[in-house]
Design a protein around this ligand. Structure first.
Ligand SMILES: [Zn+2]
Length: 63
């Protein structure tokens, strides 16, 4: 049976992609305190206003 050591020195692998953390896409708005999804420019622009109301939470469906 072939042993791993027969195959030569170990070759270090690395993950194909860094694991994506859903929370990385959000920041907390200083004014409304709501989490803002940075992938959605509408939310970002809304929360950039000096005064604004909280946005109604929207469930984004992803396939
Ligand atoms: Zn806000």
């Amino acid at each position: 049976m072939t042993k791993p050591s027969d195959l030569g020195p170990p070759i270090k692998g690395k993950p194909h992609e860094p694991p994506s953390d859903e929370g990385d896409h959000f920041y907390k708005c200083d004014i409304s305190g709501q989490p803002v999804d940075m992938r959605d420019l509408r939310q970002v622009i809304w929360h950039e206003q000096p005064t604004h109301e909280r946005l109604k939470p929207q469930v984004v469906k992803r396939s």
